[in-house]
Structure formats: C-alpha cells, structure tokens
Design a protein around this ligand. Structure first.
Ligand code: BMA
Length: 994
C-alpha cells in the first residue's frame, strides 16, 4: 500500500523542480505563495495493490488451494502450485484437462483497509485483465460483472463497501466455453465460427482470444485466469487513468491513407489534415504522398532520400487524449504535458464526477524522427502527463476555465505558459515513450496496370515490408515472459525483418511487446481481435467491442512502431466460406458492415484518425471513403489490397504458383518442430510422423499428408517409421523433422525471393509477412521459431531471403535460369555475381563466369537470364552432377552466397560427408564461436545444441564445400558453459536422410 500526503511547500518545490524541469516559472511562483484555497488540506492518494502469490483458488468442488498467482492462470497454478495436473502440453494432456475449462474458478484474497486508507472520497478498482466472464465481489457484494478478456476494467466502488480491517475480494470466473455456447443459443440465428479441428465451438460469441478455443496450430484449453494486475485506488480529487497520442505532421496534407477512394469528399481524418494545407507547398506535397518509390532509374537516389527526410522533419502536432477520473463534480485541475526537455504545455481543466476525456495538443517544431530498422535510428521521446488538482475558490476556477487565453499566456509553440494558479504537488503522473514518424498507406493507380498499389510510406520513404505474423506465444498468456517476447522479436530483427503483424485471432500484446518493437524499429500491423469467423452483433457484443477498441487503440497509440490498424483477420473472406440453411448470405454481410464499418471503424477513427485503417485482411480496399464503400468481391484477387496466399496442392518450390500480389500479408506451409522441442512432451512411442500423438497434435486438416506429398516431389521419400530399435526410430523421426524444415525453407525462399524481386517490376509487390513467426506449443505448424525458442531452418533462410542485399534465382517454365539482385539499401550499389558450377560429388569447381550489376537504392534488377542448357554447355556438368553457386559482392564490400539446385534432390547422388566441429570457443559469456568443416559437399548443414533453446547460430542450413571452414557464432540469452555447450552440439546434412 502506498500513501502520499501533501508535503510542505519546500518539498513540493523540489518535486516540482524535478518533475517540471522545463516548466514553468509560474508554477513555482504559485507554490511560493502557498496553498491558495487549499488551506494546507491533505491531498491524499491511496493505492492497495492486490497482485501476488497469495490468492486462494477454488472450483467450488474438489479443488481448493492457496498460493495462486495474480496475474496468473488456472491451468498453470493447478500444475505448479496445487499439483493437481501435470504439464498441460505433455502428450495428450490437452484432452485430459478439458474439464478445467468447464468449471467456475473463484480467486479470493483478503486485504486490509485502515482508517487512513478509508478516508478518500472515491475508490476505483482496476483489473488490467480478467479472462473472461466473471463476477467481482467485495465483502460479498457484487461490484461488477465482466465479459471481455480484451478490456481493462475500471470499477467505481462505494466507500461503504469496505470495512475497517480485513476485507475480501472474490473473482468468480465462469466457463468461457459455456458462456459462448449460451450466447450462441440465445442468438436469433446461426453465426458460424471458425470450426478448427479439436476446438471448442462458438469462440466468436465471446470476447476472448479466438485461438484460446483451439486453432489449426494450437490447443483448445479455453484457459481461465487473471491476465493483468489488480489495484485499488482511493482519491479525493482526480487521477490520470490512461492516455493516448496521435500525431499529425504539418507539411502539407498527409492523410494516413492515400487512395482514389479518398477523392471527392474528405474523410474525418483528411479534414483534420486540411487545416495544415493552407501553407501551400503543393509540389513537396505531391512527392510526400507518393513516397520515394523504389526503382532502378538513373535519378539521384541520395538526393531523393535526403528530400524525403527533409519533408518528414516538419513540425508535428501530438494530439493527446487523456482519460481522467474525478472524485467529484466541478474538480478543477491543471494537466501538464511535457515531452522530454523539448516542449511542454499546461491545460486548465474542469472535471465532472467519474470518467472524463480530455484532449490537448503539443507541438514539436523539428522532431527527431523515428525510423524502422534498416532506415535510420529509433529516436524516442518521453511524454509525461501530470495532473494537478486545483484547490481554489469555485469562483476563481470558473473564471479561469471560462477565461479565453490571453496572448501573454501562450508561448510561440502554442503551449500555455501563464494560465494556471497552480499550487499543489504533482498529484498523479503517467509517462510513456513515443516516437515521431509519419505513415501513409498508399493505394494508387499504377502505370499500365489494373488495380492499385498497396504499400507503406514512412517519413516519406516507400518501405518494403519484410516480416512474419505473430500469434500468442503461449496458450497460457500470463506465462509469456518479457525475455521470451524479447527473444522472439530480437530473432525477427536478426532475420532482417522490419515488420510483424499481430494477428487478430489472439490477444492485444502487453506493453513490453510494443516497447521492444519501438526500440528495435520493428513495424507493427496491429489487428483488432477477430478472426476467421462471422460475428454476432447483439447489444452486449457491440458494446464490449466499442469499449475494447477505444481502450486498446488509445493504449497502443503512443507506439510509433504501429503503422496500421486492421479491423480483423479474414472475416470478410469468411463471408464466402459458409452456407447456412435458412440464413441468407446478405444477413452476414449486413452484420459485417455494422460491426466492422459502423462500430469498429468509428471507434478506431475516434481514438486515432492519423494512422491507416483497413477493416479486414485480406481485403480489396475501398471504392469510396465517404461514404465508406468497400470494393466487395473476391478477396483472393491480386490487383487490389493485400493477399493471403495458401496453396497446399501445387509444388511450393515452383515460382509459377505465386501470385503477382501487391502485398502478401500471409503465406505459408507447415513443418515439424525439431526433435529437441518435441522431447519434453513426448515419449519414444510418439516418435514417428504418423504416430497417434503426431496425428493428435496436427490440427491442420490433411496437414501431414500435404507434407508427405511435397516431400515426395523433391526428396528421397521420408524414412520408414516403425522399428523396434528405439535409437533408429529416434533418428528417423529426427530426420523427418529436419526434412520437413528443409522443405519449408525452400518453399518460403522460392516465394519470398520472388515477391521481393517483383517490387522492381509491374506487380509492385511491396511487402511479405509470412505465416507464422512463432508457436503456441509443440506441434506441426507454419512457424519459423519453435515454442521452445529454437529457430527452425526456415528462420535461418529468412535471414538470407530478407537480407538487404540479396542474390536470388529461379528457373522458368522454358528452362531458363534467371538471376536477380535485390536491394533494400538506401544507396545505389554496383558489383558482380560470380556464377560457379560445382560438382555434387566433390565440390570441385567446374566452370565459372562473372556478371556485373548495378542496382538503384531500394531496387531490384535481373542480371542474368539464359537457358540452363547454355549454362551447362560451357561445362562438363549435367543438372544432376553440378549445382550453381552464386557469389555476390558489391563494390562497397557486401557479400552473399546463394545456390541454385537445378535437379530434384531425390535425383542427385550425394556423397556422404563427414562434418567435423573443428573448434568451439567463447567470445563472451553468451556468445560462442563454432567452426565446422566437411570432408565433401554437405547440403543443408544443420547444427544444433541440445541444451540451449533460446539462442541462435549466425547461420544454419547452409551448403558447405570441402575447401571451406564455416565460422559460426551462437548467441544465447543465458550464459554458456563452454564444455557443456561443446558437448551438446550435433550436426546433420541432407545426405543423412538418404
Ligand atoms: C491464415 C491465418 C490463420 C491460420 C493460417 C494457417 O488464414 O489467418 O487463421 O492459422 O492461415 O491456416
């Protein structure tokens, strides 16, 4: 419990000096004259924190135990504290523990209230996250019923509810599964849910992570719990509850969404921008809106980039929307907003009892911009809001609030400097970091093309988005540590990604996630939490959604990393998925419209009109912004908007199957996690790809059949399963996991290097976010990082195919080899690519030729195209005897190595390499260097450690020639023991699967 009493004026002065470094002589002067109207009264604030490991948890029947955690989760405490269950992820336990989701779980705890803590006028109980449907009681009196996991609940509590001494709080969480089912039954017609294999039904009827009920990559625990902290505040004046920041640049009109749909009439957001139009600068404005687009023209890119930066660095207005709580009507206060030592403003306000929303602005004249990783530094400012209750005579307050500002009250940047008779201590302050950057989503006509572009312009630069989709990092949300989030996001950056999409079927991530994205320069496509289903629009549902969007957009709006709000994942697409008897499809279209256009979009624009918004992904954009009219139709089309592309039937290593999309926000194919990841949750009887357990964990219909079919196209068929020899069976299973990862890597490499090449061509593809970055548990999924934290082979390939300087190739339908250089660098580059033909049998160089290139900043060029037969003619090679090694080098010293394998691996006779770890040493406590060499050609060399999950090598899954030494580093998140680490290493290559 914390209690602050009003200090004397000297202490107040010291605090003010500390907190208001730039602020205002006026404040101090008023402090010196002493508590006018305050009369030395006590400004008190009481806070009782209810978090801890001292809660009692009970299902009202056979399970009651103490020591449960808040924040916490029922399953986790049943395992860790009560020892009623074992690891829910172990083998088939998910099925065995379904009963947990059907019970009502009551958390309870006692807390003390004293004569001092009971003296406030107003009590406010904040629950940062309750999962999901619950009654909250204090001393037996129900003070609230809540129904959404996605809300922070603020509950005004009467002082009379508390007693002097011991008080009890109870939170009874009823079954989310039963609630969803009851809501669906009570609804007038069927609203289909996503119908995942093994899932609980009707997730669409509850505001809870949709994947909590089961998904095609994860389990169905429908876990109950308390996902955030709980605290009780007592106050007698006013408090800051939350605030958000939206930003508006003043250099010409910069609407967040550029599209012909915006022509004619202006949207709410554009009207806001119009105010800044008056200064002219039309010419600059043109370029600003387009962004500096990638290409290969002769134009001076350096000058363009400098211009983009100059334009972006114009004054910015930060629009701060604060939610304030007041203990009474007519509470006068001053809100003080400071941005580092840069600028500040004071705003006199007048509050009514309860929740008050206040908006104010502050300008930064020449902001230091925040840039995405790879484009510049990530400058962050600190913004602090401080609320000072004003204890003056009501008449004084009235005069103050009613009085128009005089010129002498306002400084040149518009901030108020002299308006407030401040005299009290800083009463309650909140601080966040913010970054200043402009963002636009550009959907505009392309020369000689049907349709529109789809790309993001940040600070005047068109950015090629490279990244992956983020799903919940654990089925039990409170189990996800900041360290785990950091490892995953750091892994994204380490693989040359610049964007993640927080997928709409999970949860809004905790603050640390976005703080880390801000710090690392990772852009975020933030969806609202709806996915792959149709949704009801009962009054309770839409009212919960309205508050959710308002709260979450306000909370997240301070983060520069978030560059787009997405209304949902595949809900528009889902309008075509179901054929429900007796319900006309139009019913669902109208429902969609009302929920996502009327409710969600309105709430997003109200909270933050200055960031792009799309109501669904994938979607085809708009015919008109005002009135808001969608370009309804097949969302699979490529001419408009973003695309989700999945093709499990065709050969995913064939470049021909991939659409010429503008922006691919999802695409993928499955693989199995590594044996090391399986080990913790399996026994030897599970170690074959079609064992009962593997079938149980495979939630994607026909997923394993699709994997087998793809493998058969290219590799020697998967090794047999059944054997009585456990070591052989384990080896076979390890090989299966490894082979599915090679397959997955090659398929993503084919697709993504193609989409990166297409940025320089007619398709203007300007982004790929693959499905999916991370895992929720150990299972066959699309991820590139396993639940354990281990990188699949795909993640190492991603590091190569997302590299800012990339050499890639493909063979077309008429058997010609094409080689491209693709650059996300901010300077034009020239150099050469040496094409070597090397023998599979020995690695010996058969022949080589060098091709020079020059590529513009952010450009892509084809540097070589010729029939494979012509390439081979100059050598003694056939497609099964040699492979192509491409050594790219820029004049500025960047190097890459890439390969083209012209025949199926199943057709090639590979020699058996002996791969030797020649040395292991520590670079520092968490980084080791490992050297490898091979006796002959080794393909897809994969090195693993059996003892560290959250770490990664600098490279893996590579080709090693006998003439080379691979020098790798391994970066761990925990200190390494050299001998244990050395002994834990294991290497394999493709030949091992023959
Ligand atoms: C996409 C996603 C997810 C799903 C994935 C793989 O449609 O939005 O719903 O997990 O495909 O099927």
């Amino acid at each position: 419990m914390i209690r602050f009493n009003q200090p004397d004026c000297r202490v107040r002065r010291a605090r003010l000096l500390r907190l208001l470094a730039v602020a205002t002589v006026a404040v101090l002067a008023l402090c010196a004259v002493g508590g006018r109207g305050g009369g030395g009264g006590v400004l008190a604030y009481t806070e009782v924190r209810l978090n801890g490991r001292d809660w009692t948890l009970s299902n009202g029947a056979n399970v009651t135990f103490s020591g449960a955690s808040v924040p916490g989760n029922v399953h986790v405490d049943l395992q860790d504290v009560a020892k009623v269950i074992s690891d829910p992820y172990y083998r088939f336990n998910e099925a065995a523990y379904r009963w947990i989701a059907m019970d009502t779980w009551t958390y309870s705890k006692s807390f003390a209230m004293t004569a001092v803590t009971l003296q406030e006028k107003q009590y406010w109980l904040t629950l940062e996250g309750v999962d999901t449907v619950a009654s909250i009681m204090i001393n037996g009196k129900t003070i609230a019923s809540v129904q959404s996991q996605h809300l922070r609940h603020g509950i005004a509590v009467d002082r009379g509810v508390f007693v002097l001494g011991s008080n009890q709080i109870k939170i009874a969480i009823s079954s989310a599964v039963n609630y969803a089912s009851q809501q669906s039954q009570a609804y007038p017609y069927v609203v289909p849910d996503s119908g995942q294999l093994g899932s609980f039904p009707h997730a669409n009827f509850i505001r809870k992570a949709q994947s909590d009920f089961g998904w095609d990559w994860g389990p169905a625990f429908a876990p109950p719990g308390i996902n955030g902290g709980i605290y009780l505040q007592g106050f007698s004046d006013c408090l800051i509850d939350a605030f958000g920041v939206s930003q508006l640049f003043q250099a010409g009109a910069r609407p967040p969404h550029r599209s012909p749909a915006h022509d004619g009439s202006r949207s709410h957001a554009e009207q806001a921008y119009a105010g800044f139009d008056a200064n002219g600068a039309q010419q600059q404005q043109e370029q600003d809106e387009q962004g500096v687009f990638p290409g290969n023209s002769e134009s001076d890119h350096d000058a363009s980039l400098a211009e983009a930066r100059r334009l972006a660095a114009s004054p910015v207005t930060l629009i701060i929307s604060a939610t304030l709580l007041s203990a009474a009507d007519k509470v006068a206060a001053v809100l003080y907003v400071a941005i580092d030592q840069v600028t500040a403003t004071t705003v006199p306000i007048f509050l009514d009892h309860g929740v008050n929303n206040v908006e104010t602005t502050v300008n930064i004249a020449s902001p230091i911009l925040w840039w995405p990783v790879g484009y510049g530094a990530q400058h962050l400012y600190n913004i602090t809001l401080t609320l000072y209750p004003l204890k003056a005579d009501p008449a004084d307050i009235d005069a103050l609030v009613a009085r128009p500002l005089r010129p002498e009250d306002t400084s040149s940047d518009g901030s108020v400097t002299n308006a407030s008779p401040l005299h009290e201590m800083p009463y309650y302050a909140r601080s966040r970091s913010i970054g200043v950057r402009s963002v636009q989503l550009v959907e505009e006509p392309l020369a000689n093309q049907t349709g529109l572009s789809f790309y993001f312009v940040i600070n005047g630069l068109a950015i090629y988005a490279k990244g992956a989709n983020w799903i919940p990092a654990d089925a039990f949300h409170t189990r996800v540590t900041p360290a785990k989030i950091n490892h995953l996001l750091q892994s994204a950056v380490a693989a040359n990604m610049n964007m993640v999409r927080v997928w709409g079927g999970g949860i809004y991530q905790p603050e640390i996630f976005y703080d880390l994205c801000d710090q690392k320069g990772l852009l975020v496509w933030q969806e609202l939490m709806f996915a792959c289903a149709l949704y009801p629009r009962s009054a309770i549902f839409t009212s919960l959604v309205t508050v959710e969007v308002q709260q979450q957009v306000q909370r997240l709006s301070t983060h520069p990393s978030i560059i787009i709000w997405g209304g949902n994942n595949e809900v528009e697409a889902a309008l075509n998925w179901y054929d429900v008897p007796n319900v006309a499809p139009q019913v669902y279209s109208v429902d969609y419209w009302q929920l996502f256009a009327d409710v969600v979009r309105t709430a997003v624009l109200k909270a933050d009109p200055n960031r792009p918004f799309v109501d669904s992904s994938p979607s085809k954009g708009l015919l008109s912004e005002s009135p808001y009219v969608k370009r309804w139709g097949d969302v699979g089309g490529t001419a408009y908007g973003d695309v989700h592309f999945y093709d499990y039937a065709d050969d995913c290593q064939s470049v021909a199957i991939y659409p010429q999309a503008r922006f691919v926000s999802e695409f993928g194919f499955q693989s199995f996690p590594s044996f090391q990841t399986w080990l913790a949750v399996t026994t030897s009887e599970d170690w074959s790809y079609d064992s009962a357990l593997m079938q149980f964990r495979q939630r994607h219909p026909q997923g394993t059949d699709q994997l087998v079919a793809q493998l058969k196209r290219h590799f020697r068929t998967p090794t047999p399963n059944a054997t009585s020899d456990q070591a052989t069976q384990q080896e076979h299973f390890e090989q299966w996991c490894y082979l599915t990862q090679i397959q997955q890597s090659l398929c993503y490499e084919t697709a993504i290097s193609n989409w990166r090449r297409l940025k320089g061509e007619d398709a203007h593809t300007m982004g790929v976010l693959y499905w999916q970055l991370n895992d929720i548990w150990q299972g066959p999924t699309w991820s590139s990082i396993e639940w354990s934290g281990r990188w699949k082979m795909l993640h190492y390939h991603a590091k190569r195919f997302f590299a800012p300087f990339m050499v890639s190739s493909y063979v077309d339908a008429s058997n010609s080899l094409h080689v491209h250089v693709t650059s996300d660098l901010l300077t034009a580059e020239s150099g050469s690519v040496v094409l070597e033909l090397r023998a599979y049998s020995t690695g010996a160089l058969d022949s080589s030729s060098s091709v020079s290139f020059s590529v513009g900043a952010l450009g892509s060029v084809e540097i070589y195209a010729d029939a494979v037969s012509n390439l081979l003619k100059k050598s003694g090679c056939t497609i099964t005897s040699c492979f192509v090694r491409m050594l790219g080098e820029t004049n500025s010293g960047l190097n890459v190595t890439a390969h083209a394998f012209l025949a199926e691996f199943s057709q090639v006779t590979l020699p058996q390499p002996t791969i030797t770890i020649t040395s292991v040493s520590l670079v520092n406590s968490t980084v080791a260097e490992v050297r490898l060499s091979a006796s002959t050609v080794a393909l897809f060399v994969f090195i693993e450690t059996t003892i560290v999950d959250a770490g990664y090598f600098s490279d893996n899954g590579f080709t090693l020639l006998p003439s080379e030494v691979a020098v790798l580093t391994f970066t761990s998140t925990t200190p390494l023991d050299l001998s244990a680490f050395s002994n834990s290493l294991h290497v394999r290559s493709l030949r091992d699967t023959y």
